[in-house]
Design a protein around this ligand. Structure first.
Ligand code: SAM
Length: 329
């Protein structure tokens, strides 16, 4: 599972796959889960076996201690539960697709965590999702994951470059998730994590990393801008969620700002969703200073940054992550 890394999270998150099973039947009947004690904060999971936490943000998402042998369970082996970091569940939840209204493109889909989450949210509607994946090998993994999740009829997998598809062939598409390749700086190695936690100075650590990696980050950020722009120019798409597992502002807020200032995108009436529309209870939001640096007023910077969601590795109970959502009425 791409999201999960022993070293990067103090909590192992899993989603009950309601395509295959009802949450209650896992929690109350499965021999592994029925004896777990429900706790009310993720801190109760740290260094403590035998507990389960029901997430307050994402429906059907639960956390347990990473040392629990969850991958030995039958519900895991049969795709009734899916391991997926909490913040990686944000994009599909923010997109809020409706089975009776939406057809969705998942533009960068493998290994398919967000795709299978989307399928679940639209009740596994037949032909509800088109999932692009450029890399052939990863595309095969995506297909396996979709099968395992029971979403084969819902997801139409296309192996190929999303930015080379013909937009006009997708007149029926209304919503989109774009989760492109990124630096992965939200998925830290343990040593770096501990250093950050000790110093509690993520910006210092980031500027150090950036000095080493600036060329790569610039390339990624221009790729991220162009792939999201491509998505925003689809004829009938009304909502697009952009996400990364990076904590660098160049791949996050700065991509959002460049998109908001792009002439073609402006002419299509896109705006950034406000805090109220993007998991408002979640406390960690985008970085205001990135907007101020680009000349936005203090108030606009506050509002735009609040429209973005961030999570920090470990400190927020999982990987580092960023998500922002664009909408047009
Ligand atoms: N959304 C996935 C999930 O939640 O499981 C993770 C996606 S991963 C961050 C990015 C993926 O996008 C990689 O598998 C990469 O091969 C694919 N990719 C990169 N550029 C692409 C493009 N132009 N068209 C389609 N897929 C692309």
């Amino acid at each position: 599972n791409s999201d999960y890394n022993e070293d990067s999270t103090p909590v192992r998150w899993f989603r009950i796959n309601t395509i295959k099973v009802k949450a209650e039947s896992v929690l109350k009947k499965d021999p592994f889960f029925k004896n777990l004690k429900q706790v009310h904060t993720i801190e109760d999971l740290f260094n403590c076996l035998g507990n389960i936490y029901h997430d307050e943000y994402i429906p059907n998402l639960f956390g347990i201690n990473p040392r629990e042998k969850i991958t030995n369970t039958n519900v895991y082996k049969s795709g009734k539960i899916i391991l997926q970091d909490r913040s990686s569940c944000f994009p599909a939840y923010i997109l809020n697709p409706k089975a009776d209204e939406d057809v969705i493109i998942d533009a960068c889909a493998a290994p398919g965590n967000k795709t299978s989450h989307l399928a679940m949210l639209i009740d596994n509607k037949t032909n509800g999702i088109i999932a692009f994946e450029k890399n052939e090998k990863r595309g095969e993994i995506l297909k396996k994951m979709i099968n395992k999740a029971g979403a084969k009829d819902c997801v139409n997998v296309k192996i190929g470059d999303f930015t080379r598809c013909k937009k006009n062939d997708y007149q029926n598409v209304t919503k989109m998730i774009i989760d492109p390749s990124c630096s992965g700086s939200g998925i830290f190695r343990r040593a770096v994590d501990d250093m950050i936690l000790q110093k509690n100075n993520i910006e210092e650590e980031l500027s150090l990393k950036k000095k080493i990696d600036i060329g790569r980050i610039e390339k990624l950020s221009s790729f991220q801008f162009s792939i999201v722009k491509f998505g925003l120019l689809f004829p009938n798409v009304k909502k697009v969620v952009y996400s990364t597992c990076s904590i660098h502002p160049e791949e996050n807020e700065q991509v959002v700002i460049d998109l908001l200032n792009d002439f073609e995108i402006k002419s299509k009436n896109w705006r950034l969703c406000s805090k109220d529309e993007v998991i408002p209870q979640w406390k960690r939001r985008g970085w205001k200073k990135e907007f101020i640096k680009k000349g936005y007023s203090i108030q606009d910077s506050e509002d735009l940054a609040a429209g973005c969601v961030r999570s920090l590795p470990k400190l927020d109970g999982g990987i580092g992550f960023f998500a922002a959502s664009f909408i047009r009425e």
